[in-house]
Write a protein that binds this ligand. Structure first.
Ligand code: CTP
Length: 402
């Protein structure tokens, strides 16, 4: 597992919401990613989950508010405020948000919010009605305008039994936000990036389709990395089981024809296109309008060619930088270079999908980035997230924007 948070000091503030127990998972995940973690809990939070849990996970004392320790927190809030590279309040109750928005500092957590210069992120968790109350929304907006960041809550069944908005965001989403605030080299600011991801589905009849093994992970990782680096991202995605990166403009599509039409609509505005989708080369000539019933011993499906989306983009290229992907099982270099030239690309990432560790479903990737100027860069096995940044690093080196 990559240590993306190595040597980073992450301060987690836990306030008294039922979701406080989820902070244990967050803490443990961040530690595995290499972070140093310190925890502040409100007195109410300690009623929901024991400080000892966090002490054991982090190996650090947990800073807890009690009336008895007021003299202590008077000094501690400064030390913690300075120590933190980033301060994440998860869960953030309506009460803590309200206090922070009013500049109230009456316990260790709220005092530290006031005392720190570190980026502060709130992950709200509360009942839907509370979350949607005007006063809470006003407080959130006030804090946002002051430069505080919010991780939007999810929807679902809440601890009180209600359904709706207000669930603490998924731990994965919180980690994504932390990462993008910690590593905010904004070298793609002002750029619009079009990313295609995932497989396409070509319908045979209303219940059956032809598809491929693409998971969409590489495209989603590229979209996420571009957002982190400040780009506006349009993500055109075939069906995947992945959660779209926060902040992407998502355009879900099914078939290659859907993808073709959507991509062409977005193309003019794009500065860079990462065409990582695994587009089906053929579709069924005529989709049956009803479910095909079994009868004959054998049937024949007639397939016709789909448009080559990337080839079309190559033809219509004006200012765009085109990055294609070639997933091959043999003669990688030969096939990748042929595609680079034929489709008028600026780069193509060739990878060998016959290996287990870097294939379609894997979380890791390795490959060779071929550039139209003849240079090649070999990228060793790494997580798809790191891999995405490596490709972008190379693309950004070669590309000069006005
Ligand atoms: N691509 C596309 N539209 C298609 C087929 C492919 O836009 N109908 C894009 C893919 O998104 C990828 C690149 O072209 O970026 C290469 O895709 P690949 O399937 O490897 O190449 P093909 O040109 O389809 O060639 P072949 O299937 O013969 O290997």
């Amino acid at each position: 597992m990559s240590k993306i948070f190595k040597d980073k000091n992450i301060l987690i503030g836990i306030s008294g919401g039922i979701a406080a127990y989820k902070s244990a998972d967050l803490t443990s995940r961040l530690i595995k990613l290499g972070a140093n973690i310190k925890i502040i809990m409100t007195a109410n939070a300690t009623k929901l989950i024991q400080p000892l849990t966090f002490q054991s996970l982090t190996g650090n004392p947990v800073y807890v508010d009690t009336f008895q320790s007021t003299e202590r927190w008077d000094i501690e809030h400064i030390a913690l405020a300075k120590w933190a590279d980033i301060f994440v309040i998860a869960p953030a109750t309506a009460n803590v948000i309200g206090k922070a928005a009013s500049g109230i500092a009456d316990d260790l957590l709220t005092t530290t919010i006031l005392a720190t210069e570190a980026k502060t992120l709130f992950a709200p968790a509360m009942n839907t009605v509370m979350y949607q109350k005007q006063i809470v929304q006003d407080n959130i907006n006030k804090l946002k305008n002051l430069g505080y960041a919010f991780i939007p809550p999810g929807r679902g069944r809440l601890a009180c039994g209600d359904w709706g908005e207000g669930k603490l965001a998924d731990v994965d989403v919180i980690i994504q936000h932390i990462e993008s605030h910690l590593y905010s080299s904004k070298d793609m600011e002002g750029l619009r990036v079009l990313v295609t991801a995932g497989p396409t589905r070509e319908s045979i009849d209303p219940v059956r389709y032809i598809t491929n093994r693409s998971s969409g992970k590489m495209g989603y990782a590229i979209a996420e990395a571009c957002i982190q680096r400040g780009a506006v991202v349009d993500l055109v995605t075939g069906p995947t089981s992945l959660q779209a990166p926060a902040g992407a403009n998502v355009f879900p599509v099914e078939s290659a024809m859907d993808m073709y039409q959507t991509v062409l609509k977005l193309y003019d505005k794009a500065d860079i296109v990462f065409k990582s989708a695994a587009v089906a080369d053929y579709r069924i000539k005529e989709m049956a309008s009803n479910k095909i019933k079994k009868g004959q011993d054998s049937i024949t499906l007639e397939l016709v060619r789909n448009p080559d989306i990337l080839m079309e983009l190559g033809k219509r290229k004006t200012k765009q930088i085109l990055v294609g992907f070639a997933a091959e099982t043999e003669e990688l270099e030969k096939h990748a270079l042929k595609k680079l030239n034929r489709k008028n690309l600026d780069f193509i990432l060739g990878n060998d999908v016959s290996t287990k560790e870097s294939g379609f479903q894997s979380d890791a990737n390795q490959g060779i980035l071929f550039s139209k100027d003849g240079s090649t860069i070999s990228i060793p096995l790494m997580t798809k997230k790191e891999f995405a940044h490596r490709i972008i690093d190379e693309v950004m080196k070669k590309v000069k924007f006005d």
